[in-house]
Design a protein around this ligand. Structure first.
Ligand SMILES: *Cc1c(COP(=O)(O)O)cnc(C)c1O
Length: 466
């Protein structure tokens, strides 16, 4: 029985030539198809050897197993997602959506050639990203700057350049983990720096830093605890005080600012988030930040500060390994360009547009959905609830923006079931589940087209359910 079964298994070659798999080569690379066919046949052989009953060896069954497995593999490909979670800078969903101008510039510069490392006025070779550095300096008031692949790279490069084999003094309360494996003590170790923790978890004073300074000290480091907030019995040293201390002792002071706000978020009804300009003005020697958080651009990291220190970093061979790609340079140049006109930033910068979107507009969208959906079947219960959107991306923790939520009670089915179906929709739609309801926040839904796609997915769900 087992022998006979094994003989009936088609060969890899037969399957690849079969009608059933012929079209797959339009969608998937051949190598992936071949390895998937092999895996499926191996599984079938195993099942036969274990004398499992009901091993279906019909060509149709085998072909659909192969297709299902291929689909499963490509599920992890980069796909479009509609973000109805209300988390504006969602790290797992790609952080900041890019401004239109950035998209246009990326497309145009990437379609053909671009002046990535050429000075067009002389025809000679020039360092990449030089104009980007000018923009960064103009916007932040810094005397020098450089861009790298992300803020983690910026911190690593700075530590490797300024503190390899030497001590870096940092407050215990700032040895943070940002998520996605960025943990300050570990990054420091990679940068070859020796960590000198000072103060306590909740209180650190200037005297603590002062006491720790020795001839081995290379750097005083301040880290913005981006994704959490300390409340209660706490004390922190201000950035200006630390900058003064550094100057007194001839030691550079670095501030890992994280979020990279270039505007005051207090004017959007949120708490004040320290800006890059404030850090520069306080006399900090090196400030590092991400470009895809509160700045609203592509993935990237910026280092601004004193010219001699930046020049040292530029000469570090690591710079080549951490450099930014041309697509990101194009996108970041365009995004920073928008900051020239701060009055229109709420229209041109998607994250600001979403943060500033009036609650009435969001409620209007919810109302349309209620109108469309409430008549669908007697079982459907849709309503509008008050709720909160958040900033996310490790920025402005605990900060909430009032919003309205479309609340769907999919009785007699579970909220998990509806949520799974929405997530598996093409494009995928992500919301949240609370009290066995699916909640959708239109603050982070980009436009009418995306709303339409959500509506169709819900209508389809209820039609199938009926
Ligand atoms: C986000 C963040 C990082 C990591 O930045 P990436 O751009 O994600 O590499 C490092 N430090 C702080 C304080 C951050 O907030």
């Amino acid at each position: 029985m087992e022998k006979e079964g094994l003989r009936n298994i088609p060969s890899v070659h037969e399957l690849l030539e079969s009608q059933g798999l012929a079209n797959l080569s339009l969608t998937y690379p051949r190598g992936l198809i071949v390895s998937t066919v092999r895996e499926v046949l191996e599984d079938l052989r195993g099942a036969l050897k274990r004398n499992e009953s009901e091993v279906d060896l019909s060509p149709d069954a085998i072909v659909s197993m192969i297709k299902a497995r291929l689909m499963n593999k490509t599920r992890l490909s980069l796909q479009r997602v509609i973000n109805a979670t209300g988390v504006v800078i969602h790290t797992c969903l790609g952080r900041s959506p890019l401004p239109l101008k950035a998209l246009e510039d990326v497309q145009e510069r990437a379609k053909g050639y671009c002046s990535l490392e050429t000075d067009l006025s002389t025809g000679k070779r020039a360092p990449r990203g030089e104009y980007l550095e000018t923009l960064v300096c103009t916007l932040t008031g810094a005397e020098a700057g450089m861009v790298v692949n992300n803020n983690a790279a910026a911190v690593l490069l700075a530590l490797d350049t300024l503190a390899r084999g030497k001590e870096v003094i940092v407050s215990r309360s700032q040895l943070v983990e940002i998520g996605g494996s960025f943990r300050m003590p570990e990054v420091m170790e990679k940068g070859g720096a020796i960590l000198r923790e000072v103060g306590t978890t909740n209180k650190t004073y200037l005297a603590d830093y002062k006491k720790a300074i020795t001839p081995d000290t290379a750097l005083l480091l301040m880290v913005h605890p981006s994704n959490f907030r300390m409340v209660g019995f706490t004390a922190e040293v201000g950035i200006a005080e630390l900058a003064d201390l550094g100057r007194e002792h001839g030691l550079p002071v670095m501030y890992d600012l994280g979020s990279g706000a270039l505007i005051d978020f207090a004017s959007y009804g949120l708490s004040h988030e320290p800006t890059v300009q404030e850090s520069v003005e306080a006399g900090v020697d090196i400030t590092t930040f991400s470009t895809d958080k509160l700045l609203g651009g592509p993935q990237g990291g910026v280092i601004v500060g004193k010219r001699d220190l930046i020049n040292l970093m530029k000469k570090n061979p690591l710079t080549r390994a951490l450099r930014m790609g041309k697509l990101s340079i194009a996108a970041l140049e365009a995004t920073l360009g928008l900051y020239a006109n701060k009055e229109t930033l709420t229209e041109t910068l998607p994250i600001l547009e979403m943060i500033a979107r009036p609650v009435e507009e969001i409620e209007g969208q919810c109302r349309e959905f209620v109108k469309e959906l409430s008549g669908m079947t007697p079982g459907v219960e849709v309503s509008i609830e008050d709720g909160f959107s958040t900033i996310g991306g490790g920025s402005l923790p605990g900060e909430e923006i009032p919003t309205r939520l479309l609340s769907i009670n999919p009785r007699p089915y579970s909220a998990q079931e509806l949520s799974d179906m929405l997530r598996m929709n093409v494009p995928s739609i992500l919301g949240r589940i609370e009290r066995d309801r699916v909640l959708l926040d239109f603050r982070t839904v980009r436009n009418k087209e995306e709303s339409g796609e959500i509506l169709s997915a819900l209508v389809r769900y209820y039609i199938i359910r009926e």
